[in-house]
Design a protein around this ligand. Structure first.
Ligand code: PLP
Length: 429
């Protein structure tokens, strides 16, 4: 098809002939019987293989004792074995004393934290189940599974716009200070899902200095992508939030979460939480009824495999070597097909698992549908917003990590074609 400038500048005749061409190309894709999936942020098979050595690191010959003398096969050690706390605290940039090690999923820990606040309250405050209304701030676009948890608990979600520097802090500050029913905010501070943005120093400082009306307000700081850089030398660094809260005289304001899901295995990594000693004590009170201790064999296996934080950093560069070409390929296909047409924009993250795409208003759902009908599955449009409702119907989350590179190229080419076709149809209406 011919190369052109901004679609908006085209005449009706030009748009119509363009539509014809695009439809023809679309039919060719349909005839290819594609079956490709760009919907979830999952590591690819070769990424998973990077961690297979973990199975040899703790085999039937291995010493099953932790450094502090516990048999990891047996009951006990509620907060995690010492060497796992050391490794995970280095990963989280916190002190081992401020860490609890949980099971395999950080999302599980976030769910439990909200559940505990519902049934028993936060540090002696009224349990949320006894209050009329609970609200939550949701930077958008954001992570669908966060929004699903707060929706499940019947919490009213309030959209807060994301910027390249993090959530709009003027709005966050005003809302939390004026409304006691707002009890939390979802944050993905580094390489955010889906945009890949990292919070600026000013944003982190303002978070640490929030003055919430609710005593039991907590920042849910989900540092899921803390180590997930795409580049060796061009990486984002954030101010550490626990330390900053302490400096600001707000030591109990934040729960920080992370896991090794996308470092070792999403199916059996280790999750952990870092927070103040007061919060830890409050959480352990509930935890002692929930479990006698999480999977310590897996904790020891992780430490024996990675050895220390340097081992983990090196390991993350092997992941980066696999997924960097995928991110760069998607971005270059976008560039080649869409640059200058003014029908879409996209982010160019330096880490994390996603690229965020903005169509013209009112086009995202149709683009996703169109891709699906040609055999390419994307995250459903709207998923990046609370209640699945994108008010502009323009955001689409691209997950480039799972498919092999060649599949991904075809899927991205088709995606661009669908963006063009739906945009042309929109402009003709
Ligand atoms: N948090 C964010 C922002 C994510 O993107 C994901 C997975 O995509 C998770 C948490 C899931 O974490 P986990 O595997 O530790 O439950």
């Amino acid at each position: 098809e011919m190369r052109m400038g901004r679609y908006e500048d085209l005449s009706v005749e030009e748009l119509e002939s363009l539509r014809k061409e695009l439809k023809q190309s679309y039919r060719e894709y349909q005839n290819m019987d594609l079956n490709l999936d760009m919907s979830r942020g999952k590591p690819s098979l070769d990424q998973l293989d990077l961690s297979n050595g973990m199975m040899d690191a703790l085999n039937s010959e291995a010493d099953m004792y932790s450094s502090d003398g516990f048999d990891v096969r047996n009951y006990g050690v509620l907060g995690g074995i010492a060497e796992a706390k050391e490794l995970l605290s280095d990963m989280m940039e916190n002190n081992p004393d401020n860490i609890i090690i949980f099971g395999n999923s950080s999302l599980n820990v976030m769910y439990d934290s909200i559940s505990r606040s519902y049934s028993h309250g936060v540090m002696g405050n009224t349990p949320w189940c006894k209050l009329d209304k609970i609200k939550w701030l949701c930077p958008v676009p954001g992570y669908d599974r966060h929004f699903a948890i707060t929706e499940y608990f019947g919490i009213e979600m309030i959209n807060v716009p994301m910027t390249e520097k993090g959530p709009d802090m003027d709005i966050v500050e005003e809302l939390v200070a004026s409304d006691e029913s707002i009890k939390g905010i979802w944050c993905v501070p580094k390489y955010s899902n889906p945009q890949g943005y990292s919070y600026s120093d000013e944003t982190v400082r303002r978070f640490a200095r929030l003055k919430p009306a609710a005593k039991d307000f907590r920042i849910y700081w989900d540092n899921a992508y803390g180590m997930h850089h795409l580049y060796d030398h061009d990486q984002d660094y954030l101010i550490e939030i626990l330390a900053e809260c302490k400096r600001a005289g707000n030591p109990d304001l934040v729960y920080k979460f992370a896991s090794t899901s996308k470092i070792s295995f999403p199916g059996s990594g280790i999750a952990s939480m870092a927070t103040s000693l007061n919060n830890l004590e409050d959480i352990k009170k509930q935890m002692q009824y929930q479990t006698i201790g999480h999977d310590k064999v897996n904790q020891l296996r992780h430490v024996r495999f990675f050895e220390d934080i340097h081992g983990m950093v090196k390991h993350m560069m092997k992941h980066a070597d696999i997924i960097r070409p995928k991110f760069e390929m998607v971005e270059s296909v976008f560039e080649k097909n869409l640059n200058g047409l003014d029908i879409g924009s996209w982010t160019n993250p330096k880490g994390g698992y996603f690229i965020s795409f903005e169509t013209l208003p009112g086009c995202a759902k149709e683009v996703v549908d169109k891709c699906k009908k040609a055999g390419v599955k994307l995250t459903s449009a709207g998923a990046t917003f609370p209640y699945g409702k994108d008010p502009e119907d323009s955001n689409i989350r691209i997950a480039p990590t799972y498919p092999p590179l060649e599949d991904l190229r075809i899927a991205t080419e088709l995606f661009c074609l669908c963006v063009k076709l739906i945009s042309v149809e929109k402009l003709l209406k």
